[in-house]
Design a protein around this ligand. Structure first.
Ligand SMILES: C[S@@+](CC[C@H](N)C(=O)[O-])C[C@H]1O[C@@H](n2cnc3c(N)ncnc32)[C@H](O)[C@@H]1O
Length: 353
């Protein structure tokens, strides 16, 4: 046997040994994955029946001192175990990601898990579940907010007016508005809103004034089509966010900018426009879709004068109204979601204006 043949034989042997070891190790992991359900369910029973109370003052201290589990890890194990025993999921991370939806709407969680398995089979990942669950929970919250009756008392005698109402029903005098600065919802089901927004804007804007809308990229051609129904396309600017990229998985894009669609009511007759604005990054304390205040303030100060009227028909946490008020402009905002209106009013009352 020459040296080369020996080396070849050795490599083959090594490969077999490695494969064998991999199999043994994977069996250990497989067993571990099954026991996580048992561990989580055991913790749940200990917590619910307060079986720890003889030796520990709280369940968290029991987890920490007896098992070395942080509070978060203990709760993750329990949440994952509950979901796994219900939906037959053997992967703890996947089960954990589904847990918030199980809490919010059990039937919906079952449906989403079934749909994901059908569409992606074994390729379902914890990350995919997390994104799907996040979107679904946001939608549930929006629907709940829409159903809740309004019991809000907005303050009187301010330079802003906020209504808990659909923008298609709000009362604003025709031809009275100097700027619409807005951030409509981006998901596909909201595309028809963009043509309603176009009609609304054409009615309330003064001739030659602008509607500026933050926009997502995924359905951009549809938004442009909708807005073009009653307004004139003027330009597409962008807000560039300093700091981290956002990852758009569906399109395989890392992005740090957002389009600003600029449409005029007839021929534009305002000042020069700078089309790129820099934003200090995410401010999401008020609303999951909250925009930063700085770009709004910059747009308002460049395109309007003191006392001018600005409208935001998709109020959210009230960023546009806050920026307008700080800049000494009058403003009107509305939102169908009572929670959003409450958040906006809270921000307006708590921030120094
Ligand atoms: C993208 S968010 C706005 C976020 C806002 N820019 C901020 O900084 O918080 C869109 C808002 O539009 C609201 N909305 C959706 N449909 C609406 C409608 N027909 N009339 C009024 N508001 C609506 C949603 O409830 C949501 O709060």
């Amino acid at each position: 046997m020459n040296g080369r043949a020996f080396l070849f034989y050795g490599e083959e042997n090594l490969k077999a040994l490695e494969q064998n070891r991999l199999k043994q190790l994977e069996e250990i992991i497989e067993r571990g994955k099954k026991t996580f359900v048992e561990v989580g369910l055991a913790l749940l029973e200990i917590r619910d029946k307060r079986l720890y109370k003889e030796s520990h003052s709280s369940f968290d201290s029991y987890c920490r001192e007896r098992w070395g589990y942080s509070r978060q890890y203990g709760h993750q194990l329990m949440a994952a175990a509950e979901v796994s025993s219900m939906l037959d999921i053997s992967n703890p991370r996947q089960a954990y990601e589904l847990a918030p939806l199980v809490k919010a709407d059990e039937q919906e969680a079952v449906k989403i898990w079934r749909d994901l398995k059908e569409e992606y089979g074994d390729k379902v990942t914890a990350g995919l579940i997390r994104r799907t669950v996040k979107n679904r929970i946001e939608r549930i919250k929006r629907e709940e907010g829409r159903k809740a009756p309004s019991d809000i008392e907005p303050p009187r005698n301010t330079s802003y007016r906020i209504d808990n109402i659909d923008f298609r029903e709000i009362e604003i005098a025709s031809g009275s508005v100097d700027l619409i600065l807005t951030d409509p919802p981006y998901p596909k089901e909201f595309i028809p809103l963009w043509s309603d927004l176009s009609k609304f804007a054409a009615r309330i804007l003064k001739p030659g004034r602008l509607l500026i809308a933050y926009a997502g990229q995924t359905w951009l051609p549809e938004y442009i089509k909708g807005l073009s129904e009653s307004l004139t396309y003027h330009w597409c600017g962008s807000v560039v966010t300093e700091g981290r990229h956002t990852v758009i998985h569906g399109r395989k894009v890392w992005t740090r900018s957002k389009p600003l669609l600029i449409f005029s009511n007839g021929k534009y007759n305002g000042p020069w426009i700078e089309d790129t604005i820099y934003s200090p990054g995410a401010e999401k304390e008020g609303h999951e879709w909250q925009q930063s205040e700085r770009p709004a303030r910059e747009i308002i100060e460049k395109l309007t004068g003191p006392g001018d009227l600005i409208v935001e028909p998709f109020l959210g946490s009230g960023t546009t109204i806050l920026a307008a008020t700080k800049a000494g402009r009058r403003s009107i905002g509305c939102d169908v979601d009572k929670n959003a209106v409450n958040i906006a009013l809270g921000r307006l009352q708590n921030e120094p204006l």
